[in-house]
Design a protein around this ligand. Sequence first.
Ligand code: NOJ
Length: 522
Amino acid sequence: MNMPTWLKNAVFYEIYPQSFYDTNGDGIGDLQGIIEKLDYIKSLGCNAIWINPCFESPFMDAGYDVSDYCKIAPRYGTNEDAKKLFDEAHKRGIHILLDLVPGHTSDKHKWFEQSKQPEPNEFSDRYVWTGNAFDYPEGFRMMSGMSDRDGNYIVNFFNSQPALNYGFEQRDYAWQLAPDHPACRATLEAMKQVMRFWMDMGCDGFRVDMASSLIKNDPKKTGIKRLWQEVRSELDRDYPDAAILSEWSCAEDAIDAGFHMDFYIHFGSVGYNVLFQTENYDYVDRGKTVKCFFQENGEGDITVFLDEFLRKYRYINGRGYMCMPTGNHDMIRYSRRRSEEEMKLVASFIMLMPTIPVVYYGDEIGMKYAEGLHSKEGGFFRTGSRTPMQWTDGENKGFSTTKGDLYLPVDGRKDAPNVSEQEKREGSLLQTVRAFAKLRDEEPDLQAGGEFEVVYGEKEKYPFVFRRGKFLVAVNPRGTDAACNVPKRNYRVCKMIGSAELNGSKLNIGKLSLVVFEEEIK
Ligand code: NOJ
């Protein structure tokens, strides 16, 4: 299988387009805004961007309810703007992934408008319908009585998101079609056409929403793997430089399925949470609630993360990558209950792991989670992580020149961080992100895949130390000093946050510190 070479040193930046930068003064971000900030993104050390869905939509789920896959939503601009964005990004060596939502559409999509008609038509089986309006088979979320068609339909997420029909691997009822049924094949072909449409325009691939959800009744995931392998082989043949990144959160399955990358995030397994989520995570390990490792109270347990992560890593290494984000549009921001010093440790750690780093917009300055906001576009608790980017200390924090309403209110707090202040302040979080992204870019040993050896990672102990080629990385996110032994080598400090000292094989590392040693080969 082909592997696009740009992934090895990719550092992604995730953009929630509503809230990034508004250039036409309507209070909502736009594609032109992304174009104008490409140099900024590049300056961070990010060379790839993932943009949340920016297609026409009624926005019942912030655009994850697409009503036209091949049209940019007017509030963000036009398809010409998208083309310009791809071109301008490429001029700067930046790759762009769009967000593909293949599992469901909006109930306002024209396919669905047709599908819900009682008269049989080309789109009758584009979605999953039961045989009659009084069928309520267990195990599915159904909508009933919504149209004159005699049947209920399955929804994938919110009620406004009917599930597209890619078939059922195991079938219990006549209305459950096989994946090779012509109607299911037509759904897949239509989605491939969507992908081709954007790649022909210049996009570099897709983040794929709910990637494992397409084939139903598929306990062994054989059907879904077959489906994505087919897509991958066409990509390899026709778009060898394009990449697909799954929201699956099971790297073993996702890489087997043909994805180049899979997200290592807050669901699917515990590892991400026990590393980073500051809420007391309710994962219970042998009768004990596990708290996160990256927290000042120092009550975490790195082994819970490592047991899981190493298994995944060994299984996929050499065939694909995991992506480890600072956060995303579905999680509470990592700044919650963290100081700037603590955030620096998370952000730099992500840059040093053998996974692909993803910086969620605003996390590079430690934007805060906005508590208690009224839900916007199906955001609910997620709304607080989707507020406008804080560029300056000026009006609307430099996000928009409008005098009217913004998509969401900007963080009006006095101590709300902003880009221009952190640009000027040496050692700021922004500067730290830059420094570590730069180091990663310069050093192949620190990039995705390759060597990752745990040197010190003990149950309920700090620090955590690992080796990546000629580099030794130690991190102590605890509020008190820590120490351990490491193999004796000719190490010199290459980069450091806080303090650390290496005497022979004895490593002492200060509280809230991270150090990268480089082995000097004589
Ligand atoms: C995952 C997306 O990240 C989330 O924002 C969305 O609501 C659901 N999928 C449904 O598409």
